[in-house]
Ligand binder design. Structure first.
Ligand code: CA
Length: 248
């Protein structure tokens, strides 16, 4: 979607494709801590299944998968019409993970449409840096500053302010506010928020949405002390929540 002719970004959703369970879980856990929604696929078929169902901003793709070569997954992703994102969505970035460190594999990966390449073993900080760089490339292309009323968010720098006052947010609160700011005045059901801001591992009966909205509301109010009497994020009874674009 676009606001004021500028493309804006919602939450970043990542897919980790890795058959080494411990590594996959460690990556998913670390990336979730950074505020991304992360799904995990443990083989090529599961990856293609996920890619056909969901739109991802970035795929961390292991080259050596039990059922197929990561390069084939990458090729499918770039050429299979079933896996293409909708017209207004950018194609996912692909970060190839591989134990093979040779130059020829690297070149082959990039030829198949990978955007970057990381040789195992790697430090998590290195992966974080690559992911950030790849996503920032998109953010700068799309315009990463969101403005709704007196709220301003710089999605690339992870900074949010209200009426010029910084708001100290956790990664999840930031992701939630980013999603609201990408869809001002739209009523969001709990299911929709769970789908876009959380990930597939989240229990659909959890109260995490309600709890996170509660802490986010409090922080939005605290940012402007007691001047704000109205809540920016309204509860729409029986329907969900809405971020008002106009107000106090
Ligand atoms: Ca592997």
């Amino acid at each position: 979607m676009s606001v004021g002719g500028r493309r804006i970004v919602g939450l970043m959703r990542l897919l980790v494709v890795e058959d080494e369970t411990d590594l996959a879980e460690a990556l998913a856990k670390g990336l979730r801590r950074d505020g991304y929604a992360v799904d995990v696929a443990s083989d090529g078929a599961a990856a293609i299944d996920r890619l056909s169902l969901n739109t991802y901003d970035l795929v961390c793709l292991d080259l050596n998968l039990p059922d197929m070569d990561g390069l084939d997954v990458c090729r499918r992703l770039r050429t299979d019409p079933m896996l293409r994102p909708a017209d207004d969505e950018p194609a996912p970035r692909v970060l190839m993970l591989t134990a093979r460190g040779s130059l020829s594999d690297r070149v082959a990966g990039l030829d198949e449409g990978a955007d970057d390449y990381l040789a195992k073993p790697f430090a998590f900080e290195e992966l974080q840096a690559r992911v950030r760089t790849l996503l920032r490339r998109d953010a700068s292309r799309q315009g990463a500053v969101l403005e709704v009323g007196d709220l301003v968010m710089d999605t690339a720098r992870f900074v949010a302010t209200r009426d010029g006052h910084p708001i100290d947010l956790t990664a999840k609160e930031f992701a939630l506010l980013r999603y609201f700011m990408s869809h001002p005045d739209e009523v969001m059901s709990q299911e929709r928020l769970l789908e876009h801001v959380w990930d597939e591992n989240t229990d659909p009966f959890t109260n995490t949405v309600r709890v996170t909205i509660g802490t986010l509301r409090r922080k939005l109010d605290q940012a402007v002390a007691d001047e704000a009497s109205d809540q920016l994020i309204e509860t729409v009874v029986g329907a969900g929540y809405r971020l008002r674009s106009t107000g106090t």
